[in-house]
Design a protein around this ligand. Structure first.
Ligand code: COA
Length: 415
C-alpha cells in the first residue's frame, strides 16, 4: 500500500573497488609534477586501477553480493544499474549482476546514465517506487571507472569503485528527506562520445559548471522549504577530485554570507573524503563512497541531517538531505570498506601504462583474459562479441543485521 508517511531511504550501503592501485607518489616520480600538486592541489593520493579481468560489472556484483547476502533478495523488485562506463549499448549491465548473483526472475532491471548524477536519479526513482509499495525493495548499483588520456590533466583524477544501496521502507541507515533541489543546464564540460574509451573534459569549465549547479540546486532546495544550512551537520559533495568538495563548500558558505576559513572547511569535509582521496574518481559512485566514509567515521551522527550534493556533467545536479537513523552504526560496513581500500596491490607506473593501453578484442573471436583479480567475480573473456563473467569464490556479506549473512556465488535468493 502506498503511504507518504512511511520513512524511505538507504537501508544498506557498501562499496567495492578494483584490486590494483597507482599511488600519486609513483605517478609524480615519472611525470615530474610536484607531489604537493596531487596531494594538496587536487587532494588525491592514489587511484584504483582495474586488473584485466575487472570491470564495472565485477565491482558492482561484489558490492551487490554483500548487500544481498545480508538481506536476501526476496523483496527486491527493481535493480537499477547507474553507470557512465556502460559495457553494452543495449543490454543493461545489471543483467550480468542479476545472473552472477542468481537473483530471482521477478525483478525489473534497467541501466541509467547521466554522468556522475545517475546514481542519485536512481536513488530518487527507488524511493518513489518504495513509497508506492513499502513492501518492495530496490537495489541501486552505481559503478564506474574514470579513464582519461595518458599525460592529460585529467589523468591524476582517474579511479574506480562500485556502490550498492538497498532502498527500503523504515531504513536502518538514512531516511531520504523531501524536498530536494534540482538544476539542469546544458554544457560541454565533460563527455565521452560512444567511440571513445576515455573521457574528454574541460577541467576549468567543469569546476565552474559544478559550482553554478550547486548554487542552482541549493537555491531550489531552499525555495521549496528544504532544511536551512545551519541545520545540516555535514555535506557530502560529489568528488571528481577531493579538493572539489573544498571549493564547493567554500562557494556555498560564501553565498550564504558565512565565514570561509580554510581550516574549518577542511575539518568539516575530512570525514567525507577519506576513501575518495585514495580511490580516485568513481563518477556516479563517488558521492555514495563519500557518504560511506562519513557514516564509517568516528563522529556519531544519530538523528542528524546530512546534505548530499550530486553533480553530473553535461549537466544535471541535485541537492538533497537525509536524516541519519538512530543506531545506524550497527549497520555500517567499516571493516569491509577499509579492506577494499587497503587490500589493493600497488603497481608500477610502467604496469599502469600497460593496463591503460589494454583493450578487449573486438574481432568476435574467443579471447580469455588473464586471471588476475582476487575478487569473487571476474571477466573471464569475450566470445562471439559477448562478455563472459564467472564467479570464483564466496562473498563475505559482513556481520548479519537481518536475514542471511553469507552468499555463495550464484546463490542470491532467499533470506
Ligand atoms: N602545490 C600545491 N598545489 C598546487 C601545486 C603545488 N606544487 N601546483 C598546482 N597546485 C594547485 C593549483 O593552484 C590548483 O589549485 P586551485 O584549483 O585551487 O587553483 C590545483 O593544484 C590544480 O592545478 P591546475 O594547474 O589547475 O591543474 P590542472 O590543469 O592539472 O587541472 C583539474 C586540474 C582538476 C582541472 C584536472 O585534473 C581535471 O580536469 N580533472 C578532471 C575533472 C573532472 O573529471 N570533471 C568532471 C566531473 S565533475
Amino acid at each position: 500500500m502506498a503511504s507518504d508517511r512511511v520513512p524511505v531511504g538507504i537501508h544498506d550501503l557498501t562499496f567495492r573497488t578494483t584490486s590494483l592501485q597507482l599511488t600519486h607518489a609513483e605517478l609524480a616520480r615519472h611525470t615530474g609534477v610536484p607531489l604537493a600538486k596531487y596531494h594538496q592541489g587536487i587532494g588525491q593520493k592514489a587511484m584504483s586501477i582495474p586488473a584485466p579481468d575487472e570491470d564495472v560489472i565485477t565491482m558492482a556484483a561484489h558490492a551487490a553480493a554483500a548487500v544481498v547476502g545480508r538481506h536476501g533478495a526476496d523483496r527486491i523488485r527493481t535493480l537499477v544499474f547507474a553507470t557512465e562506463t556502460s559495457v553494452d549499448q543495449a543490454k543493461a549491465g545489471g543483467l550480468y549482476v542479476h545472473s552472477l548473483l542468481g537473483l530471482p526472475p521477478h525483478i525489473r532491471v534497467v541501466e541509467l546514465k547521466q554522468a556522475c548524477y545517475g546514481a542519485t536519479a536512481a536513488l530518487q526513482f527507488a524511493t518513489a517506487l518504495v513509497h508506492r509499495d513499502p513492501d518492495q525493495q530496490v537495489l541501486v548499483l552505481a559503478s564506474d571507472i574514470a579513464r582519461y588520456d595518458l599525460d592529460s590533466p585529467g589523468e591524476p583524477t582517474q579511479g574506480a569503485a562500485a556502490a550498492a544501496l538497498l532502498v527500503t521502507a523504515r531504513p536502518a541507515l538514512l531516511e531520504i528527506d523531501t524536498p530536494s533541489g534540482v538544476f539542469t543546464h546544458e554544457v560541454m564540460d565533460f563527455w565521452r562520445p560512444n567511440y571513445r574509451s576515455t573521457a574528454l573534459v574541460d577541467g576549468r569549465a567543469s569546476i565552474d559548471a559544478y559550482l553554478n549547479a550547486l548554487t542552482g540546486t541549493f537555491g531550489d532546495h531552499q525555495a521549496r522549504g528544504g532544511a536551512p544550512l545551519h541545520r545540516i551537520r555535514t555535506i557530502c559533495y560529489h568528488q571528481p577530485f577531493t579538493r572539489m568538495a573544498h571549493k564547493a563548500h567554500h562557494h556555498l558558505l560564501q553565498q550564504a554570507g558565512l565565514p570561509t576559513v580554510p581550516q574549518d572547511i577542511a575539518a568539516a569535509l575530512a570525514p567525507t573524503t577519506t576513501y575518495n582521496e585514495v580511490l580516485g574518481n568513481s563518477y556516479t559512485a563517488s558521492l555514495y563512497v563519500a557518504l560511506a566514509a562519513l557514516l564509517d567515521g568516528p563522529t556519531p551522527l544519530d538523528g542528524e541531517t546530512v546534505g548530499l550534493f550530486s553533480y553530473g556533467s553535461g549537466s544535471v545536479a541535485e541537492f538533497l538531505t537525509a536524516t541519519v537513523r538512530p543506531g545506524y552504526r550497527d549497520h555500517v560496513r567499516t571493516g569491509a570498506h577499509r579492506a577494499a581500500v587497503t587490500d589493493r596491490r600497488p603497481i608500477s607506473y610502467a604496469a599502469y601504462r600497460d593496463l591503460h593501453s589494454g583493450t578487449l578484442p573486438t574481432d568476435g573471436g574467443s579471447h580469455a583474459t588473464a586471471a588476475a583479480t582476487p575478487g569473487p567475480y571476474r571477466l573471464a573473456g569475450v566470445r562471439d562479441h559477448r562478455r563472459i563473467y564467472e564467479a570464483t569464490g564466496p562473498v563475505d556479506a559482513g556481520p548479519a543485521t537481518t536475514g542471511r549473512c553469507v552468499a555463495a556465488p550464484g546463490e542470491g535468493g532467499g533470506g
